[in-house]
Design a protein around this ligand. Structure first.
Ligand code: NI
Length: 144
């Protein structure tokens, strides 16, 4: 595993729409492993592929209860509302209040291409939605 450079705000790569990840191969696994190491080292709770310069639809989240890998995630449903402070590893040292749904259900594939569904609320829902936004070139500051 290796720590990758985190792309910082101002780089065009953070504003692109990512394409679907179609290969569930060793290369994807290496990137996902590197992303996890990079996220933990930076003490973040999530990281999306474009933040390591890869314009593909996958991201990871760990709010302290285990690592989640979401490949080609799609929002199934959301409900409620929460407002809390949010940050991003691409905008170090900056935080702002963002309102998002309280509960989400997302459908995604795992690193082997297997479909699964995950439901989350509170911080975990927030983190998942934040990372999914990255896949469409959206940053949390766009939602402030
Ligand atoms: Ni972010």
């Amino acid at each position: 595993m290796a720590i990758r450079n985190i792309v910082k705000y101002g780089d065009d790569v953070l504003r692109k729409t990512c394409r679907s990840q179609l290969q569930f191969d060793k290369r994807l696994h290496v990137i996902l492993d590197d992303m996890a190491q990079t996220m933990y080292e930076a003490q973040g709770v999530g990281l999306a592929a474009p933040q390591v310069g890869i314009l593909r639809r996958f991201c990871i989240v760990d709010v302290g209860d285990g690592l989640i890998e979401l490949v080609n995630p799609v929002l199934v449903s959301s409900s409620g509302e929460q407002t809390d402070e949010e940050g991003c590893l691409s905008l170090p040292g900056k935080y702002a209040e963002v309102t998002r749904p309280m509960n989400v259900t997302v459908r995604a594939q795992d690193r082997f291409g297997k479909n699964f569904e995950i439901s989350a609320s509170e911080l975990k829902a927030r983190a998942i939605l934040h990372e999914m936004d990255h896949l469409d070139g959206i940053l949390y500051i766009d939602r402030v």
